[in-house]
Structure formats: structure tokens, C-alpha cells
Design a protein around this ligand. Structure first.
Ligand code: FAD
Length: 343
């Protein structure tokens, strides 16, 4: 994993991307394809952001995104490529009461497999947070070029000609504020409008099979649970293991409460779906920004447009649609904007 201080790395990257989620990694692929030198930095231990897998003993869980759907033709081609590469497969297209639905695809063995595939041959710094960003200049081949400077939590500073930020928008707004970056008023209004729901996710290991019907997942329109899935039926886990997602309302109400207590409430509510199985162990993860409830109308935002700022774009599922596919489409759109801005 190179940093800007490695001898093989450029002093100044063409593009620095904050976030190794779907938007960041999808953008990085297109930018590298265009011949640009790209560094991706993510504060997380794993790749994929809200694609997240976890192990508890022999149990394995998808505890972030559960599946992807595909509508856009380029995205469909990518899904076909992931299936060919063995990192995705169709999970189901019909479920009780809905016999002929569209396909839902899953990552293999877990959703994060797609992110790992996208990150092949990519410069990614993990467990590294960008604390602040600012405009600056670095003496580069005798010229003072306007650049982006990103201060990392390990004390290093990364410099880049262009910057793409893919964090959830409230975190992006904080990053922009850290460098006193002037956001045009109309764009600030659009950013402030974007909203997300929280999700409390329970990962529970069971001592026997669940009573969740084929295909091993159920979504709920009301009550404390939004979604429950059986990681054994799904093919993710070797032993019985369920993921329970609190609904938006439940998660908002309980987000600041003791996580294990909130998890126990969800486990109790899930009893009819657990059959005779007992929970032997469980963990709880809180997603503060799980899915956008209000999204922007554009596929990405080129913040530097009509300003003196070096190229700066924002992307993520808050722009091209509140899902896996939307995050990828947004990353691609941002890459296109930045390639144009850099040429
Ligand atoms: C519980 C849950 C269930 C979901 N279910 C589905 C589903 O079934 N189907 C579906 O299509 N979608 C689902 N989604 C939504 C889907 O996961 C997201 O739309 C998509 O993963 C968003 O990708 P992204 O790249 O926009 O953002 P993210 O995945 O959030 O990536 C942003 C990255 O930026 C990093 N970051 C943030 N700030 C910094 C910083 N300062 N420095 C360094 N790194 C930083 C983060 O660590 C993160 O990795 C679900 C999401 C959740 C949470």
C-alpha cells in the first residue's frame, strides 16, 4: 500500500479519492483506465464501505448491503463481469407473494468480494482517515500549481491535482468546512437537502436453522425490523446466522441507546422467523448513514465548476440513486467530470 512518501509513488497524485466504497472504487477504475495516477484513502479496515462482511466464530454475515439490482446497461455488463470472475451470482428473483421479480445479485462469498475485485491493481491506503483538506501549492517542476492537500490521521499529507470525495454527504460537508472551501450557494442548498436514515444491524449466531422461507430473506414495511436474512441459506455462512436490520424509524429512535439492548429488542421481534433456533451470540453495528432518503438530482457534483478551485467532485449513493447501483453510476459520472476537468 503506497503512500505519497513511498519512493515508487508520485509526489503529487493526479486524483486523490476519499472513500474505498463503491463510488470511490468505481471512479478509481475509470480514472486509472484514462491513464491517471490515483490514490484511494479509506478510514475503514476493509474495502467496500457500506458493503460489509463480518465473522463471528464459524458464522459469516453480510451486515451492510444485502444485494444489488441492475438496470443501467453498463452496470449490467459489470455484474456479468463479476459473475464471470466468480465474485457475484444471482441470489433470487422471486419470493413469497412475488413470483416474477427482477434478479437480486449477491457478492460471493460476501458482498465485499465485489469491492475487493474492483480494488485489484489499485493504490488504496486503508485504516487511514483524511482529517482535513485544503487548497495549497507544491513546488512542482519549477511551477507553483494549485493542488489539493489532504492531512491524514497518521500525520502525512497527500497532494493531488484533483480530489473526489465519496463519504456520506454530512461527513463531506465537514471535510469541506475543514479547509474553508467556499461552496457555491446553490450547491450548498442541494447538499444540505440530502438526508439519510440510520440502521441498527444485528448479527446473530444460531444453534439451528431459521424458519425464514426460501430464498432466505424477508423485508418488512412496518414494525421494528426492516429486513431479516439467513446467511446460511444465502450461502454466506457455514453455520446458521441471521442478519436483522432495524427499520428506519426503530433505528432512529434507538440509535443513541445501548446497542446490545437495541439488538436484543430486534432479536425478540424476530422470534417468529428464528423457529426453534436459539441465539448463542450476537453483535450489533450501527450505520448512522445507511441509505439516503433524499437524494440529489445529478449523478455527481463537480464543486469546482465555475470556480477557481482545482478540480473537486463529490460522488456516492446520495447522487445517482440510493443503492449499490447508484453508487457505482455516481462514481463513473464523477470520473468522467474529473477527466474532463483535468484535460
Ligand atoms: C444496512 C444497509 C443495508 C443496505 N442494503 C442495500 C441493499 O440491499 N441493496 C442496495 O443496493 N444497497 C443497499 N445499501 C446501500 C448501499 O450499501 C450503498 O448505497 C452503497 O454501498 C454506498 O456506496 P458509497 O461508495 O456511496 O458510500 P460508502 O460505501 O459509504 O463509502 C464511503 C467510504 O468513505 C470512507 N470515508 C468516509 N469519510 C472518510 C474520511 N474522512 N477519510 C477516509 N475515508 C473516509 C468510509 O469509510 C467509506 O468506506 C445498504 C446500506 C446499508 C448500510
Amino acid at each position: 500500500m503506497p503512500s505519497s512518501t513511498d519512493s515508487n509513488s508520485p509526489v503529487t497524485w493526479d486524483v486523490l479519492i476519499i472513500g474505498a466504497g463503491l463510488a470511490g472504487l468505481s471512479a478509481a477504475n475509470d480514472l486509472q483506465q484514462a491513464g491517471l495516477k490515483v490514490l484511494v484513502v479509506d478510514k475503514g479496515r476493509g474495502l467496500g464501505g457500506r458493503l460489509a462482511g463480518r465473522r463471528i466464530g464459524d458464522a459469516t454475515f453480510d451486515h451492510g448491503a444485502q444485494f444489488m439490482t441492475a438496470r443501467d446497461s453498463r452496470f449490467k455488463a459489470s455484474v456479468a463481469e463479476w459473475i464471470e470472475a466468480g465474485v457475484a451470482e444471482e441470489w433470487y428473483s422471486s419470493y413469497p407473494g412475488h413470483p416474477n421479480g427482477h434478479p437480486r445479485y449477491r457478492g460471493v462469498p460476501t458482498m465485499t468480494a465485489v469491492a475487493k475485485y474492483l480494488a485489484t491493481d489499485m493504490n488504496v491506503l486503508r485504516t487511514t482517515r483524511v482529517d482535513s483538506i485544503r487548497q495549497g501549492s507544491v513546488q512542482d517542476v519549477g511551477q507553483d500549481n494549485q493542488l489539493w492537500l489532504a492531512a491524514l490521521d497518521n500525520g502525512d499529507t497527500i497532494s493531488a491535482k484533483a480530489l473526489l470525495i465519496t463519504s456520506p454527504v454530512p461527513q463531506t460537508i465537514d471535510l469541506l468546512a475543514s479547509g474553508n472551501i467556499a461552496v457555491p450557494a446553490d450547491k450548498q442548498v442541494r447538499l444540505d437537502r440530502i438526508d439519510y436514515e440510520a440502521c441498527i444491524a444485528v448479527m446473530a449466531v444460531l444453534d439451528g436453522p431459521t424458519a425464514i422461507p426460501v430464498p432466505g430473506a424477508t423485508a418488512f414495511d412496518e414494525g421494528p425490523i426492516g429486513w431479516i436474512s439467513d446467511n446460511l441459506q444465502k450461502g454466506v455462512s457455514k453455520i446458521p446466522a441471521v442478519t436483522i436490520h432495524g427499520s428506519g424509524d426503530f433505528s432512529a429512535e434507538h440509535y443513541e441507546n445501548d446497542k446490545m439492548h437495541s439488538g436484543q429488542i430486534l432479536i425478540d421481534a424476530a422470534a417468529p422467523y428464528l423457529g426453534n433456533a436459539k441465539v448463542t451470540e450476537y453483535q450489533v453495528h450501527g450505520w448512522r448513514y445507511s441509505k439516503p432518503t433524499v437524494v440529489d438530482s445529478e449523478a455527481c457534483m463537480l464543486l469546482s465548476e465555475s470556480t477557481d478551485l482545482p478540480p473537486l467532485a463529490l460522488a456516492g449513493d446520495a447522487f445517482a440513486g440510493p443503492r449499490f447501483e447508484g453508487a457505482v453510476l455516481s462514481g463513473w459520472a464523477a470520473a468522467k467530470s474529473l477527466i474532463a476537468a483535468l484535460s
